[in-house]
Unconditional design. Sequence first.
Length: 559
Amino acid sequence: MSSLVHRTSSEKQAGPLPSKEAGTDVSAGSDIVIHAAEPWGDDHTQRKLRPRHIQLIGIAGTIGTALFVNIGRGLLAGGPASLFIAYTLWCPVVMCISLCMSEMATYLPVSSPFIRFAGRFVDEAFGVAAGYNFFIFQASLVPYEITVCNLVIRYWTDAIPVWAVCLIFLTLYAALNYFNVSFYGEAEFWLSIGKVLLIVGLILYTFIVMVGGNPKHDAFGFRYWKNPGSFTTLYRDGDTGRFLGFLYCLVQAAFAVAGPEYVSMCAGEAENPRRVLPRAYRSIFWRLTSFFMLGSLAVGILVPYNDEKLAAAYDESASGAAASPFVRSMDRLGVPVLPHIVNFLILTSAFSAGNSTLYCATRSLYGLALEGKAPRALATCSRAGVPYWCVTVVFCISQLAWLQVSHSANVVLTWFVSLVTASQLINFCVIAYTYTRFKKACAAQGIARESLPYKAPFQPFAAWFALCCCAVVVIIGGWSIFIDDNFTVPDFLFQYMMLFVFPVVFFGWKLLRKSKWLDPAEVDLTTGVRAIEEYTAACEAPRAARTKFGRILDKAFLV
């Protein structure tokens, strides 16, 4: 789908744009606004996300509760060395996915880009399966984050009933997502700043306390790597058990490390995307290396893998037990006040992550509706550009958070993690393979990569490397249910359900619509490109912020 260029009244007098892909109306003042064109009426999202919003929304998607809370599970299962090695090995895989997405989304920045690219560059049925896979993945993460919020709150008290936690967070999510998208962007901007300050602060905290800057004046350094040790065993003794512990950490890293898809989902609502998106994608590598690799290293330094209270927080949702290994380390060292501050910031991080996933889920469903792959009514937007019916559908799925009322938070958390891990890996496979088809289509149609707005390095090797890694991990992801007597039908379904859903949707759509696998020479690489090129030329100079403080923020984020 194309984008519409909206021009000033003076420009409009010069006559209509020659392309059918572009449309015009009068915009206030001299501001230029671009909308993502939709196939039905005037309903559309609007390009209101500023560059600073885009860059930090990428951070909001990258840094979440998996880094602050769930990472402790990997420490308990594999030990500090396994945890650090697993995260270090997985970061380059996600970087390769980012390279794939950056080149395609910068060339054609539309709503729900990788979902629509899958159908446009590969096969219509492939795009439908990818879209519903990503929608289920993101929609399931909303109740997951609410469950984490409940787990974090229990550090202070268990007096707040679970139903109250669910009600409060669901209400806040509704307030942020039913109104203007700029509300979402601004909220995520400030919440993301909090995340960055938090992880930077925790890394600095780790260095300070490990050299003796703590109430006990204990310069413990890498003590816990020696006692109880760098590796621990899982299910088996010896090297086999240590390998299984590492495998657990690797699958957890595959769940935890994300980012490219969150930047991509903003492509259709970003101001001047061809200028903004490459910067956001390039910065992902530095976020991954600094935040995830150093974060996993810090966790292994701060807490031993045999800490009983940390295990109790996960296994029993014990009141007063810190679910975050960072907070647990502060309790171990007797640090006053700071544990409560950090726990509160982790709570805001969990809230932010849920907000991001709700946004992505609504936009993925919206993208399916735009392409006629979901009910037409879901493509309807409010005057503020919010696809409110899509928000409503995702909000209904978010009610799964109420499962905590009748089950422990730990059980519900495990359900959601099992459900979405394979889905995320399938999503990465889709992005990588779609890129290979995009590259072949460019070559077949005589479009030189040097002429693209952004040319990603290491291609196509990066795409094939990421595709192979993700395919292997998605297959072995549920290995633990085949150990000893762990196998149960519910566990198997939660682990591998998405591996069955994807081909069912794919082949079902092919039978229903008789879609065909596209030849590279037939792939549509032109629709919508002229409109975005005209828009990019028209807004060469970024729109200035209205307030002095806003201009300072824009400069800080290299606008």
